[in-house]
Design a protein around this ligand. Sequence first.
Ligand SMILES: Cc1ncc(COP(=O)(O)O)c(C=O)c1O
Length: 272
Amino acid sequence: MKIWVNGSLAESDTAALSVLDHGLTVGDGVFETVKAADGRTFALTRHLDRLTRSARGLGLPDPDHAVLREACAQVLAANPMPLGRLRITYTGGTCPLGSERGDQPPSLVVALDTAKRRPDTTAAVTVPWRRNEHSAVAGLKTTSYAENVVALAAAHRAGASEALFANTAGLLCEGTGSNVFLVVDGQLLTPTLASGCLAGITRQLTVDWTGAEERDLPFEVLFEAEEVFLTSTLRDVQAVSRIDGHELPAPGPATLKAMAQFAERSADDLDP
Ligand SMILES: Cc1ncc(COP(=O)(O)O)c(C=O)c1O
């Protein structure tokens, strides 16, 4: 597999960054996961804009979108595949060992992996750990994802594919790598961005295309909802059939409708 590292393509087995890269030593970096079907990216402009917002949030220089587009195009052309997960990682670069940044330029890696179409339904678990909606990095897609690693491992141990977090106020927030939607009293709802969730690109498109309402919701609403679904770049819209031991109809009628709307609108426009 060929990947892009700081300006050129390299074999992924031998491609290298400094071991003193701040992304490695302190998780000082931001990233994007982009879906690519038959070499064509979905919603790339939104992903690049979010990468810039995340980079600004960490005080990193704005990434050059022309370079990012060229890197994505070259990596996709070098590794043809039906469905791919393109990963853009942009870090603080080589730095001193502490939390302060050095004077070296940022590092940019664009990597690709094969992806499989997700099943239409999945199981989720709740976890006791909280998202901190007051954090300095709330809402930024940073490479400091160890909390998600721990929570996702807990989900996998329970036979589920996603773990759902409340925030410090006890409100429903998001999953380790997805946003959550629910049907309550027939209304399609999703937590507000003030909950501390990531402004998911799939979330925003789903809100725009289905008319779902953003609302602050108590975490326990997960167990009262008529339907629950997850959204993310690689899940699109995915029905949840079980949360902890609680079974849900999946896909329920509102979820099926959202799945169909998402499939149709995303096929119509690859960069909505
Ligand atoms: C924490 C978190 N929430 C939500 C999402 C979903 O965002 P998107 O729809 O942009 O993939 C992601 C994406 O991986 C994520 O990491």
